[in-house]
Design a protein around this ligand. Structure first.
Ligand SMILES: [Zn+2]
Length: 364
């Protein structure tokens, strides 16, 4: 499938967003090699030519002084289907919380949005961008899961009025946890202005029901199946099948062009859900992950993420069988062939730590 590139048309917008030169704060950042490696280079603005099957990584630099009405670069990946392909990085003052993907689908009766990016301001800029493409009303916002990079723009859609929010029922547990307070404080400490107006958004339509059951959403000429994929990555995860175009929005069930993050959820459930995804949607046209470029069949990112998780489990299981304590086990779980994959250096030890604790509980 060929993506239609709209970035050229947006050159003017883009050039207005470029932060020239090196910011002083960057020198401060270079003290922490992880941040420098996985952050955003402020001296370089780069949007890949395509958002499908590419090895290129966006380096989109946003300004703190940007207006809510400034458009974001986007890609048309299928008829009526648009993707915001975000930086594959950790949050910093240059990407300003845009370190994941979101998208939207224009139907004959209105717009369905999938995820809301990482700040209220990004949500408002998504809305401005949608408005530049269609004047059809925004009817639904589907939040695939409640991690900040996917859900903190949701308040912008709530403020708009008339938008029904669909998320996993588990999102309510997240909203009522102290995890959200810590995460909001963290974002505010880096990108305060962009978090203005933040409030957690509860679903109008909470998704419950059996694992892998689906909620059918029909709007105008398009149909969506919203699958409950359990709590494999967060407090509740959804996968969205856009039936007309055969596109699956897989959220963080697999990561492309980077190492996964395991901080909530459950690795055993994730591996099962990845198998389910590969079986159920082997014939689909395109998978769009929450991070990294979209991918055509046979969807190697899903196998790659699955194999990484399996390997982490077996390495740590072995370490436990050898009576290694947590720190020794985490030290041992270093995969040399993964070291050049983005965000490995930042996430590997945290992931290993998470899985070790899971295994302790499983074996108890
Ligand atoms: Zn994510």
């Amino acid at each position: 499938m060929k993506s239609i590139i709209l970035v050229n048309a947006l050159l003017l917008v883009i050039s207005a967003l470029i932060v020239p030169g090196v910011n002083l704060a960057h020198a401060e950042q270079s003290k922490a090699p992880d941040i420098k490696e996985y952050g955003t280079d402020p001296a370089r603005y780069f949007v890949p030519k395509t958002a499908i099957d590419t090895t290129d990584v966006p380096n989109i630099v946003l300004k703190s002084s940007a207006k809510d009405t400034d458009l974001l670069p986007y890609y048309k990946i299928a008829p009526g289907t648009y993707l915001f392909f975000g930086n594959i990085a950790q949050i910093d003052q240059f990407n300003r919380g845009w370190n994941g993907n979101a998208g939207f689908v224009v139907t004959s009766e209105g717009v369905v949005v999938i995820d809301s990016l990482g700040t209220p301001r990004l949500g408002r800029r998504m809305i401005a961008t949608i408005r530049s493409i269609t004047d059809k009303p925004i009817k639904y916002l589907i939040i695939t899961h409640n991690h900040p990079d996917h859900s903190y723009g949701a308040i912008a859609f709530r403020d708009l009025g008339g938008v029904k929010v669909i998320s996993h029922a588990g999102a309510l547990d997240y909203i009522n946890s102290n995890k959200i307070d810590n995460s909001v404080d963290f974002r505010r400490s880096i990108i305060k202005q962009d978090m203005t107006g933040f409030a957690a958004v509860a679903p109008d339509i909470p998704i419950t029901g059996k694992l892998y059951s689906s909620y059918k959403l029909k709007l105008g000429n398009k149909t969506f199946e919203i699958y409950n994929t359990g709590k494999h990555h967060s407090y509740g995860d959804l996968v969205v099948f856009q039936a007309n175009e055969k596109i699956v929005w897989i959220s963080d069930l697999a990561f492309n062009q980077r190492t996964t993050f395991m901080g909530d959820g459950n690795s055993r459930q994730a591996i099962k859900a990845q198998e389910w995804l590969l079986t159920k949607f082997s014939g689909t046209k395109l998978m769009v992950p929450g991070h990294g470029s979209a991918q055509t069949a046979p969807f190697p990112m899903v196998r790659k993420t699955r194999d990484y998780m399996k390997r982490l489990r077996s390495t740590l299981n072995q370490a436990m069988a050898n009576d290694l304590d947590l720190l020794e086990a985490v030290d041992q779980a270093d995969f040399k062939d993964w070291r050049n994959i983005r965000l490995y250096g930042l996430n590997q030890r945290a992931n290993a730590n998470f899985v070790y604790r899971e295994l302790e509980q499983e074996n108890f």
